[in-house]
Design a protein. Structure first.
Length: 465
């Protein structure tokens, strides 16, 4: 492809993108494809001869698009959002055009320095104190793995990477049952082992880890000769938005000298609104915190903000050039590949810069506040209808509900009716073993009318109860 053609196609695809987004409300949110449909439409072998872009693009529209679930649909109320705002898409286009590798300062000075400044902008935006340093990871899962590896190395006096784990004491990590599965996987991959991830019982309406039970579990492990190394807490757990009591949890962890990591992958974005910061009171005491601007801040996937009270233990765990790192921070040069697991890194700070400038914190706050308000209003409307029961109260914009008195099969059939209808998309979770519908508002183009449509769909398809 020559660059004249590239320019023509770029303009055409930008135009296609604008029309796609303008027409999203007319499409069903969830793909209605059956498994295998898309694969069957693709040739089994690669072409020997070049094909025209025109043909490739036509196939994209005919084969790919019908098989897409529309995450940017304003009535996407499933999972958590993965917002891609227009300025972030444009920044991604630029980043992919320049296509730099940003592993070392010298391989991309602007990307490195912008990452440092953007992470400091974010630090201020969510109210973390000065001194926290940040790095952009590819996912919350990676940030959590990096934190768990740091817990491990710190507890083993940095011997794990060198010697392996077979002759080491048995490490223990503590969390509640409300944390995301990325914590389980980090524990597997780190070699600590699922048997050493201790689940602390939860209590209260926010389903928070019981600090007294945490303390008792650590003491029992110490008495048994095991080696506690870290605590992982959550602000806004994935299932129902559970929030640990960060201050109380950190106090217990600190008393035992443990490393602490907070997973706020979804809820962290809401901390740009000062009134929501009570959900993570005490956060300034954490060693490591992750949240995903790619969820609720409109910064296109992928972009995970990882904050560290002191980056040194993380860098000591992950950097492969220890002699260089002795000067870390002292000469003003940062090589972010030493803060993360992959070596190669994309220029992710650019889209943060575009989004934060285009909307301003004020614009982003207004959207998040609306989502929280609309979601809580919807929960109240459903509560007032005798056919429904609110199972978990809204945490920010996430709540769960169910058909009152319906058995599991009827509950599942109700969820299927909602999603087959196509106007909205919701997912399910389990609360105390019972199936519930999970509802969150988070798509940045969503309007109050979209949430009203959700009420219409849910009430119309509920039957007579
Ligand atoms: C989305 C989510 C994750 C996983 O995020 P990735 O960036 O996809 O790894 C982890 N924890 C919580 C609480 C989440 O909401």
């Amino acid at each position: 492809m020559n660059w004249t053609e590239f320019a023509r196609w770029g303009a055409r695809i930008a135009d296609w993108g604008a029309r796609y987004h303008q027409g999203l409300r007319d499409r069903p949110v969830r793909a209605s494809t059956r498994p295998g449909d898309v694969a069957a439409a693709l040739p089994a072998s690669p072409p020997e001869m070049p094909e025209a872009m025109e043909t490739i693009f036509a196939d994209f529209e005919q084969i790919v698009m019908p098989g897409m679930t529309h995450w940017q649909h304003p009535r996407f109320f499933a999972y958590f959002p993965a917002n891609a705002t227009p300025p972030s898409m444009l920044a991604e286009f630029l980043a992919s055009t320049v296509a730099a590798q940003c592993m070392l300062w010298q391989t991309s000075p602007a990307a490195t320095e912008m990452e440092t400044v953007m992470m400091d902008w974010l630090r201020q935006s969510v109210g973390l104190p000065e001194g926290f340093k940040g790095v952009i990871q590819d996912s919350a899962s990676s940030a959590t793995l990096a934190a768990v590896l740091t817990m491990r190395e710190r507890a083993l006096d940095w011997a794990g990477n060198e010697q392996g784990l077979s002759d080491q004491p048995r490490l223990r990590v503590y969390c509640s049952g409300e944390v995301h599965t990325s914590i389980d996987r980090a524990i597997w991959i780190s070699g600590i082992g699922a048997a050493n991830l201790v689940r602390i019982p939860t209590q209260g309406p926010r389903r928070s880890m019981d600090p007294a039970a945490l303390d008792a579990a650590i003491r029992a492990d110490l008495a048994a000769g095991l080696h506690p190394c870290g605590v992982i807490a959550c602000t806004g757990g994935t299932g129902t938005g559970a929030c640990d009591d960060i201050a109380a949890t950190l106090a217990v962890a600190k008393a035992h000298g443990l490393y602490t990591h907070i997973d706020a992958a979804w809820a962290g974005a809401a901390m740009i609104c000062p009134e929501f910061r009570t959900l993570w009171t005490g956060i300034e005491g954490a060693d490591s915190i992750v949240f995903n601007p790619h969820k609720w801040l409109g910064v296109q996937f992928d972009c995970a903000a990882h904050f560290l009270r002191d980056p040194e233990p993380l860098v000591r765990t992950l950097a492969i050039r220890p002699e260089y790192l002795k000067t870390h921070g002292a000469d003003g040069i940062v090589n972010y590949s030493e803060w993360s697991i992959p070596l190669g890194r994309r220029f992710r700070a650019l889209k943060l810069w575009f989004v934060l400038r285009h909307y301003g914190l004020d614009g982003l706050r207004a959207r998040i506040r609306n989502h929280v308000r609309w979601s809580q209003a919807l929960a109240d409307r459903l509560r007032a209808d005798p056919r429904f029961e609110i199972v978990t109260e809204p945490v920010l914009s996430l709540f769960t509900f169910r058909l009152k008195g319906a058995d599991e099969a009827a509950q599942q059939a109700f969820i299927n009716r909602i999603n087959d209808d196509g106007r909205i998309y919701v997912t399910q979770t389990r609360v105390q073993d019972g199936l519930v519908i999970r509802f969150q508002v988070g798509q940045l183009d969503a309007t109050e009318a979209d949430v009203a449509t959700a009420f219409e769909v849910i009430t119309a398809l509920a039957g007579n109860g």
